[in-house]
Design a binder for this molecule. Sequence first.
Ligand code: SF4
Ligand code: F3S
Length: 104
Amino acid sequence: TYVVTDDCIKCKYTDCVEVCPVDCFYEGENMLVINPSECIDCGVCEPECPAEAILPDTEDGLEKWLELNTKFSAEWPNITSQKEPPADADEHKGEEGKFEKYFS
Ligand code: SF4
Ligand code: F3S
């Protein structure tokens, strides 16, 4: 599966949603997550994200993100079409420590 990581927080560009063939993105206040049991591992969303927030969970150190994507995709609503990112999205692009600062 692919997972969304903290680079999405406060960016939410939603380009990923537009290309996902199985509509497996779910939307929280500050970020999106992927439902790992619905993701078909096609990989098309990864290069579409301007914040480089999407990674395959085969990369090292992503256990925390796999867990978080699994948990919140069961709680948050499905998002199936692209929408305007937050006005200050570009200011938060590439910012360090976004999970600690903003995730609630
Ligand atoms: Fe959707 Fe494919 Fe990305 Fe999985 S890898 S979230 S199926 S676009
Ligand atoms: Fe987030 Fe990137 Fe999608 S910033 S909403 S994972 S395009």
